[in-house]
Design a binder for this molecule. Structure first.
Ligand code: ZN
Length: 411
């Protein structure tokens, strides 16, 4: 395969989310276009990042405890929490706790400090995995807001204070959150561990370099969690890290992990079965955002290509034409875009090639809103399967009985 740089033209649509990334793999004729820089450059603060950056400074060190409480909540919840004063935040936290559970909450706190441990994570799916293990006995703060492009995310200055107060920091690794890791290293307490899920799950031999993450850039595809087997390992890593940090709650974390792992196993098995219902020749993915590499390897699908126009640019007419030809030659039944990266060009390619265009895939943005039963890691993967499997000619009967809601014990 050879690589060629795509020509770009300015987009008036201001797709506006990241740096340009056009990738079109032409497996049939052996040519690949791959320009990637989304994870290696931080140019172009995205619209969503701008929002995050402007919202975050409303939180201060003094309100860290309150801020922690706001995890998994809506922006307004976070803002409310952040407005609490330092003097009242602890008391408010207790007051906000159901009185019936406050006794259990007290018992659940760390033996050494008398407080819940503060755990900091990054992208929403990982935050939810940690939530399902740590339950309500941890103060959990996901730094990267829902719906934000995690690849170009730059933490806000106020995140330094959140990281400084952390008892445990859990990140994906594989170069996904480099700016956040850098800030963590500069601000965390010396005895606090930063655990990288990805690096604890696979070795470099298993890294995938591909369309959006070419080897010459050095940044592997980081989306390990889209493979549920890897997500199960993430849950185990979270369990072990929480127990090490807060041994007083070992039994609670262990039980939650066991429950959650059983559900993830059900999800993993259900996806494997569902993919088998897709006609063999149609187990192919052409996506906008390149987040399906490890999923495909696990479940026997092939990622034919990924396109990611951004940074006010779109693929050239020639590249669009090549993609249309490829889709026709490969008999790919559907094209997939994602919530976080809306794209018009994929829609046009789909129409020209006569294939369905579905723009609801998610890899770091669980569906619904905080508190919804499906606003979870499992809910996100189920939503993806609902969008993907039937569009490729299969069915998801094997996943119908799976409850996406959080499963941790509430006490
Ligand atoms: Zn991604």
């Amino acid at each position: 395969m050879h690589q060629r740089q795509s020509r770009l033209v300015p987009s008036r649509l201001a797709a506006a989310l990241t740096t340009l990334l056009l990738v079109s793999m032409l497996a049939a004729c052996g040519s690949t276009t791959a320009t990637n820089s989304s994870s290696s450059t931080a140019q172009a603060a995205t619209g969503a990042t701008m929002i995050a950056a402007t919202a975050a400074p409303t939180m201060s060190t003094a309100t860290t405890a309150a801020t922690m409480m706001a995890v998994d909540t809506t922006t307004s919840g976070a803002t409310m929490a952040a407005t609490m004063s330092a003097a009242t935040s602890a008391a408010t936290m207790m007051a906000a706790t159901d009185t019936a559970t406050s006794g259990a909450m007290m018992a659940a706190t760390s033996a050494s400090t008398g407080k819940k441990i503060k755990v900091v994570t990054t992208v929403a799916p990982l935050t939810n995995i940690v939530r399902n293990v740590g339950g309500d006995r941890i103060d959990l703060h996901g730094i990267i807001p829902d719906g934000t492009d995690s690849h170009t995310f730059e933490p806000a200055p106020s995140d330094a204070q959140v990281l400084a107060a952390a008892d445990l920091i859990l990140v994906n690794g594989l170069h996904l959150e480099s700016p956040t890791e850098k800030m963590a290293n500069a601000n965390k307490q010396p005895n606090v561990e930063m655990v990288r899920f990805g690096d604890n799950t696979i070795t470099q031999n298993d890294w995938i370099f591909d369309f959006s993450f070419p080897k010459d850039k050095g940044d592997p595809n980081p989306h390990l969690w889209m493979n549920v087997q890897y997500a199960m390992h993430y849950a185990e890593v979270a369990r072990d890290a929480l127990i090490k940090t807060d041994p007083a709650n070992k039994d609670y974390y262990t039980q939650n992990a066991t429950t959650f792992l059983a559900k993830l196993k059900q999800l993993d098995d259900g996806i494997a079965t569902s993919v088998q219902t897709i006609p063999a020749g149609q187990r192919k993915l052409v996506t906008y955002h390149d987040s399906w590499a490890y999923f495909a390897r696990r479940y026997g699908m092939t990622v034919i290509g990924a396109i990611q126009p951004s940074d006010f640019a779109e693929p050239s007419p020639k590249d669009v034409a090549s993609m249309v030809d490829q889709l026709k030659a490969e008999h790919v039944p559907a094209l997939f875009g994602s919530e976080v990266f809306p794209s018009k060009v994929l829609d046009e390619i789909g129409k020209e090639a006569g294939v369905k265009y579905i723009d609801t895939l998610r890899d770091d943005d669980p569906p619904g809103k905080a508190g919804d039963p499906n606003h979870t890691y499992i809910g996100m993967i189920l939503s993806d399967m609902q969008a993907m499997i039937p569009a490729l000619g299969g069915n998801i009967d094997a996943l119908k009985s799976l409850d996406p809601a959080d499963s941790y014990a509430k006490n």
